[in-house]
Design a protein around this ligand. Structure first.
Ligand code: KG4
Ligand code: ZN
Length: 338
């Protein structure tokens, strides 16, 4: 089955053709990041406008690169939630128009379910059940993936998402948006013991995360140094911040996996491109002999191929969406669409 998938939940306009949920026939991503960088973050209004301008071209390119036509697609999938509402609506409305005109069934996909499904594209043997660490710009969850469309949230962030904490600290350190990758690079050459940062924890909730205290500590350290005229070793601060956050993510994942008896661990989302996190997850899983699956770096961030992968399993489980399908800015991963 060939699915044309569309993703426009944030600042990437993306389209892909995916076969049977596992094989990428094409994947096109038009990133707006250079434009949003000028403002230090995504400007929702600009994101929606760029999606509207680019979506036709991006979908045409994805179809051409797959060697197929719209008529040859079996179904059309689109990210319907969660994300920036104006951005999502561009993709949902375009997918709806295409599906109606070409008389194809329409499959709504949850963006975070898509991030998890990115793993199916690179690990042919990976099947649920497994325990997944989802770490993106907007979400930080430990999720029990009981089946392809059956999810249970085990832990969640109480405040900032991991990617948000990376980006806000990176901004305070003077790096461009999105700063996660710059922290990663600086951390690689920094002393990760030089600065003492608070260990994030949520009282009585061993699987939940809280990164705002850590973020505030980094920002305060920089402000205090600036006021006193002291210089900060940015590489060391990046390394200390990255070590603290990655230790916290892996420790909570370890506790959840032990408590629930999972030996198959999966990572997903933009932050799992982080080299420190990948390294810690590898160490954790090799210590216990657990199987570890992570997306390739190219599939960690937003793309439409992951939406096409998850869409295949959604349509096995649920009927097609009605023409009244709407987008939603927030939706729990365990909520059903239909
Ligand atoms: O999954 P994603 O592309 O978008 C959302 O759905 O939110 O994640 C984007 C996030 C950004 O916060 C970005 O800074 C972060 O992923 N990120 C990284 C790295 N590469 C991307 N964070 C830390 N280290 C990296 N190498
Ligand atoms: Zn994402």
């Amino acid at each position: 089955m060939r699915i044309l998938a569309i993703e426009s939940s944030c600042d990437e306009t993306a389209a892909a053709v995916v076969e049977d949920g596992r094989r990428v026939l094409s994947s096109v991503i038009n990133s707006q990041v250079a434009e949003h960088r000028k403002y230090g973050g995504v400007v929702p209004e600009i994101a929606s406008r760029r999606h509207a301008e680019n979506i036709v071209q991006v979908v045409q390119e994805a179809l051409e690169q797959s060697g197929g036509t719209l008529a040859q697609m079996d179904k059309i999938a689109v990210t319907a939630a969660p994300g920036l509402i104006g951005a999502l609506l561009v993709g949902v409305n375009y997918a709806k128009g295409l599906a109606m005109a070409a008389e194809k069934p329409l499959i709504p996909v949850h963006h975070i379910r898509g991030h998890i499904a990115a793993n199916y594209l690179v690990h042919p043997n990976l099947k649920p059940p497994f325990l997944c660490l989802v770490v993106s710009g907007g979400h930080s969850h430990i999720v029990e993936v009981r089946d392809y469309t059956d999810f249970r949230i085990i832990g969640r962030t109480r405040d900032d998402a991991a990617g948000e904490a990376f980006d806000k600290c990176a901004r305070a350190m003077g790096f461009p948006y999105p700063g996660g990758v710059y922290i990663d690079q600086a951390a690689a050459v920094g002393d990760d013991k030089k600065y003492k940062l608070p260990k994030p924890r949520v009282e009585g909730a061993p699987y939940d995360f809280s990164f705002s205290g850590l973020k505030t500590a980094v920002i305060n350290l920089l402000h205090n140094a600036a006021q006193k005229g002291d210089t900060v070793d940015t590489n060391a601060l990046a390394a200390c911040f990255q070590r603290t956050i990655c230790e916290n993510l892996t420790e909570h994942l370890e506790q959840a996996a032990k408590a629930l008896g999972y030996q198959t661990i999966v990572a997903a989302g933009g932050v799992c491109a982080n080299s420190g996190l990948r390294c810690r997850l590898e160490q954790l899983c090799s210590r216990y002999g657990w199987a570890l699956f992570m997306p390739t770096l190219a599939l960690c961030g937003d793309n439409a191929a992951m939406i096409g992968a998850q869409a295949y399993y959604e349509q096995l489980q649920y009927p097609a969406a009605g023409w009244d399908l709407n987008a939603a800015a927030s939706m729990a991963i365990d909520a059903a669409y239909c």
